[in-house]
Write a protein that binds this ligand. Structure first.
Ligand code: ZN
Length: 370
């Protein structure tokens, strides 16, 4: 009985003793019990058990069938993909186990190679990924970093930032103004986790700013332009909310360069890092979102303190209708139409029977007049 027609035959290249280095092309037949091929007119019948599969690498076509024969080692290699497929798909049972083992080995090598390439690619691409992430998601990154900072660290940062920012500033010794600010401030920050420090700067520009950790600086120019203690209270309440909501801290982190951001993300809060972070504090400008949130929370805080919240609205409305001079407070706390509308709505919903703050405002203002 012959089964020749059902046995797979495949073209192959044969290498062995006495053959040219480039091998000899022939056709082999994978019979059930044996491999049969003819070389130089010589018929070779090779039982599968004396034949081993070697080779491998990343290319399946490197499969080799080897055996020890006349004069040394003999090898055949399927000559192309078609020959390879023919051998693998129709392999007799005797060869199948060996073939399976070999294929699993090849897969393992390939998988290892792919993982290695992936890891290498990741390492090479990491700085670019970080940069892309930094550019695309700086807001989320700033928020994440800000959320990691404990209160004590924020206060330490505030101390450094306040010293650095006020180095070039003349702070004003105006006891009456100071007392009014501290009294109003105490009402607005009752129950806060921060300890607040209040300062008046001798500066005619209309401005106020908050330093993370609880420092609030009000320019003499702002006090002069406020028409009532309630207006001042409104600005203080707004600045306090930038501290309470950590807006200043987040903005500073957001504006930090990539190198500084990486240090912060890694938890490096050394003094030099903090000093570098605080550099933009005086010119820090807030997002619309921060402004709107600070307004809303300020209105709540004013209402809870029993102070008429409409002072905040009036102060910003007056500034917006001002005589066109550039107003520092408006450049750092932008007041576009939608912010003013939201503030108006919040103020209206907080109307009530408020007692006027009991200060002789004109007399207080006189103290800061040059
Ligand atoms: Zn603001």
């Amino acid at each position: 009985m012959t089964a020749t027609t059902t046995n797979p035959t495949f073209a192959c290249q044969c290498y062995g003793p006495g053959l040219a280095p480039e091998g000899r092309r022939t056709t082999a037949e994978a019979q059930i019990e044996q491999l049969v091929l003819t070389i130089d007119g010589r018929l070779i019948r090779l039982p599968w058990k004396s034949c081993s599969i070697t080779g491998g690498g990343f290319d399946h076509q490197q499969l080799q069938l080897s055996w020890k024969g006349d004069g040394g080692n003999w090898t055949i290699v399927p000559s192309d993909a078609k020959a390879f497929t023919s051998l693998v798909e129709n392999a007799p049972a005797a060869l199948k186990n060996q073939l399976d083992r070999w294929q699993q080995g090849v897969k393992r090598v390939n998988r290892g190679f792919r993982l290695g390439a992936l890891a290498l690619g990741f390492i090479v691409a990491l700085p670019f990924l970080l940069l892309a992430l930094f550019l695309a998601r700086s807001d989320a990154i700033a928020q994440w970093i800000t959320d990691q900072i404990p209160l004590e660290m924020e206060q330490k940062f505030g101390d450094i930032a306040f010293k650095q920012t006020t180095q070039q500033m003349a702070l004003l010794n105006a006891p009456d103004v100071q007392r009014v600010i501290e009294e109003i401030g105490a009402k607005l920050t009752a129950g806060s986790a921060y300890t607040y420090h209040w300062f008046v700067a001798d500066d005619p520009t209309v401005n106020a700013f908050a330093v993370p950790g609880g420092y609030v600086v009000v320019n003499s120019g702002l006090i002069e332009s406020a028409e009532s203690a309630e207006e001042l209270a409104g600005v203080l309440a707004h600045e306090v909310q930038h501290v309470e909501q950590r807006h200043s801290l987040k903005q500073l982190v957001k504006q930090a360069g990539l190198a500084l951001t990486i240090k912060l993300a890694l938890g490096d809060w050394g003094e030099s890092v903090l000093a570098e972070l605080s550099r933009n504090l005086a010119s820090l400008s807030f997002s619309r979102d921060h402004e709107t949130k600070a307004d809303a929370k300020a209105v709540d805080a004013l209402r809870e303190a029993g102070i008429d919240p409409s002072g905040l609205l009036r102060f910003f409305e007056n500034l917006a209708q001002g005589n066109g001079e550039s107003i520092a407070l408006l450049s750092t706390h932008p007041a576009p139409m939608d912010r003013m509308e939201a503030l108006r709505a919040a103020t209206e919903s907080a109307t009530g029977d408020y007692q006027a703050l009991d200060y002789d405002w004109q007399a207080i203002k006189a103290e800061v007049k040059n």
